[in-house]
Design a protein around this ligand. Structure first.
Ligand SMILES: O=C(O)c1cc(=O)[nH]c(=O)n1[C@@H]1O[C@H](COP(=O)(O)O)[C@@H](O)[C@H]1O
Length: 231
């Protein structure tokens, strides 16, 4: 089934069954789905297979960040699950990123898109200062994007607020942007946010949306509303 929109719904659900109930309300021609740390830790590879069986392309969002050998083998394991996209933290460094890309190339065949997380969309300048980085988020994102480019990754996770600058400098990289909030939605723990339409206009290739859809009283209707905003 071909997905016709850039939308990726974050299935941040507490169990296999809860994720499948949510997926039932979504349409695989209107969105891909993301399996993240909570769901994968509870439900394991079986939930990825079940979602694929329902026709969804799956972004496995485990944000690997480790020594090069460990991260690369984890990425290889993700590829074996047949996921559409997998991510690693750019702050793992150039050698880690390169090892992840190389292991996918050695494996050959159909491989997932390998995407580097830059600065989490929940972080603002004060959060970076707390971890010893005296730099604006947008500047740090560009620095990490340079690493991803050198390592030959397929794209970046960033805030849509940085999309225009990134597209200008790194046109090849696909931009995956969480921190998407339809007008009027709560920001929750997100800090660097844009609306779906703003994100697309800024140059985002894929928009990750979780709670505004999954916690809506009618998730299918919330998804349709976002699709309508984008068309
Ligand atoms: O890699 C991610 O997907 C990610 C990176 C990032 O910088 N910010 C971010 O929010 N995410 C994920 O995107 C989703 C956003 O969910 P909502 O805030 O509910 O829309 C969550 O599953 C996060 O884990």
């Amino acid at each position: 089934m071909t997905c016709q929109t850039p939308l990726i719904v974050a299935l941040d659900c507490p169990s296999h069954d809860a994720a499948l109930v949510m997926a039932e309300r979504l349409d695989p021609t209107l969105c891909r789905v993301k399996v993240g740390k909570e769901l994968f830790t509870r439900a394991g590879p079986a939930i990825v297979e079940a979602l694929q069986h329902k026709g969804f392309e799956v972004f496995l969002d485990l944000k690997f960040h480790d020594i090069p050998n460990t991260a690369a083998l984890a990425v290889e394991a993700a590829a074996e699950l047949g996921v559409w996209m997998v991510n690693v933290h750019c702050s793992g460094g150039l050698r880690m990123l390169t090892a992840c890309r190389e292991i996918l190339e050695r494996r050959g065949g159909k491989r997932p898109l390998l995407i580097g997380v830059t600065v989490l969309t929940s972080m603002e300048q004060a959060d970076l200062r707390d971890i010893g980085l005296d730099v604006e988020p947008a500047r740090q994102v560009l620095r990490l994007a340079g690493l991803a480019e050198r390592a030959g990754l397929d794209g970046l996770v960033c805030s849509a607020q940085e999309a225009a600058a990134l597209k200008q400098q790194f046109a090849r990289l696909q931009l995956v942007t969480p921190g998407i909030r339809p007008a009027g939605s709560a920001a929750d723990d997100q800090r660097r946010i844009l609306t779906p339409a703003q994100a697309l206009r800024a140059g985002a290739d894929f928009l990750v949306i979780g709670r505004p859809i999954t916690q809506a009283s009618d998730p299918a209707q919330a998804l349709t509303a976002v699709v309508a905003e984008l068309s």
